[in-house]
Design a protein around this ligand. Structure first.
Ligand SMILES: Cc1cc2nc3c(=O)[nH]c(=O)nc-3n(C[C@H](O)[C@H](O)[C@H](O)COP(=O)(O)O)c2cc1C
Length: 387
């Protein structure tokens, strides 16, 4: 059966991923924090955004989906968001996602906590690499990571600032998830029930944090690894730290994980090239607002020309259009591509990108706009009757 028929939507891939990936790994990618109110709100808030279609034109048009960001034109206004530990979801996921993104001419965001190294993914992505940094306590380690990203040609540094403290996610606690994974009786039973995952994983080996592992003591027992990593990273990112990174990094810099207009303005004024409006996919703070709800105020605060990225709850091209209509220039998607890689490997990610592209084109035709900027004129409103 063709991929189109098996997976007509990202939702179909999500359902397949739930059957193919062990529960502890699926729960890791799927879950949020606390009661997962924020996670659900990201999706609900997007679906409430109504765009009014236009139908009468002087001339027929074909929508242009391209966007210019940091002096470079990208054919589509979206990309896979940085995701740590994706090797747990499917072996070699970072490379599979990177190759699909490059195939569509898109940037490749690589997490510091990725299961493939910045050198491995840099060899695939070159200057399309956008490296995501979690700051570290030891400035020498941080400098070394940043220098490695620069050495492999990364053009953008994403500094994530919304993980100020060690995160307690109930699903992961209950499933016994650890970094890197520890295999006990329950997880082993779980794995036995997912033979396709188990077989691929046997070939690839246990996922390791390949960018960071050189900074960990050799022969560190598995049980001490999570604690060591938590002590190594420093989530309390100060303005001074951003300033220092801004001076050190020659390429474009994005600060990811802001929801407050004043924070965004401060970053703009400090020479940060763009802000990513994000609540980390509902994984950090259950009381946080949905990015799409705060985007209009942040857009007003930073002005029309300052680049804004946004993510959270995006599962289709129509959602991409909604984010752009509310003020984003560029949209990131995490779980959509995690489902895709679990459901269909690299071909699955490529397929997901095609679906999102086709949906976005269709949304622009319906909205009657040949250019992405025109989406903002669709008078994005809340669906009447929604709470
Ligand atoms: C499994 C998973 C791992 C993630 N790891 C990281 C990470 O290492 N660094 C980071 O900045 N954001 C990380 N995020 C957050 C995403 O980059 C993104 O902000 C968010 O998930 C977008 O929401 P969505 O999953 O609804 O698309 C992760 C998200 C998921 C789902």
């Amino acid at each position: 059966m063709t991929l189109d028929r098996r997976f007509p939507s990202i939702h179909a891939m999500q359902e397949c991923a739930a059957r193919r990936v062990p529960r502890f790994a699926f729960g890791y990618m799927e879950g949020g924090i606390d009661r997962e109110v924020c996670l659900a709100a990201n999706i609900d808030a997007l679906r409430r955004v109504v765009l009014t279609p236009r139908a009468i034109f002087d001339e027929a048009f074909e929508p242009d989906l391209s966007v210019t960001l940091f002096g470079r034109t990208w054919p589509l206004p979206f990309a896979p968001a940085p995701m740590g530990l994706t090797g747990l979801i499917w072996p070699n996921a970072p490379a599979l996602i990177a190759r699909a993104a490059i195939g569509h001419g898109l940037p490749v965001c690589l997490s510091s906590f990725a299961t493939m190294s910045v050198e491995e993914i840099g060899a695939i992505a070159g200057s399309s690499l956008w490296f995501q940094l979690y700051c570290t306590v030891d400035p020498a380690i941080e400098n070394d990571i940043v220098d490695r990203a620069e050495a492999v040609g990364a053009s953008v540094l994403i500094v994530t600032v919304d993980v100020p403290t060690r995160t307690r996610r109930e699903r992961d606690i209950a499933s016994g998830l650890s970094v890197p994974p520890r295999f006990d009786r329950t997880t082993l039973m779980d794995i036995v029930a997912r033979p396709a995952w188990a077989l691929s994983m046997m070939g690839a080996g246990i996922p390791r944090l390949r960018t960071l592992e050189r900074y960990l003591p050799k022969r560190l027992p598995l049980s001490a690894m999570g604690e060591h990593l938590a002590n190594m990273t420093d989530g309390r990112v100060t303005a001074g730290k951003i300033e220092r990174l801004r001076e050190r990094w020659n390429g474009a810099m994005i600060v990811k994980g802001l929801l407050d207009p004043e924070d965004a303005v401060r970053m703009r004024d400090m020479g940060v090239d763009a802000v990513a409006v994000s609540n980390h996919g509902g994984r950090q703070f259950d009381a946080a607002p949905a990015p799409v709800d705060v985007l209009p105020a942040i857009r007003r605060a930073v002005g029309a020309d300052y680049p804004l990225l946004a993510d959270g709850g995006v599962r289709s091209g129509i959602d991409v259009a909604r984010m752009i209509a509310c003020g984003a220039d560029f949209v990131l998607l995490a779980r959509a591509f995690a489902y895709a890689v679990a459901a269909g490997g690299g071909a699955g990610v490529d397929h997901a990108m095609r679906i999102i592209k086709a949906d976005l084109r269709q949304a622009m035709m319906q909205a009657g706009t040949p250019r992405l900027e025109g989406l903002t004129a669709c008078r994005a409103t809340d669906r009447p009757g929604s709470t």
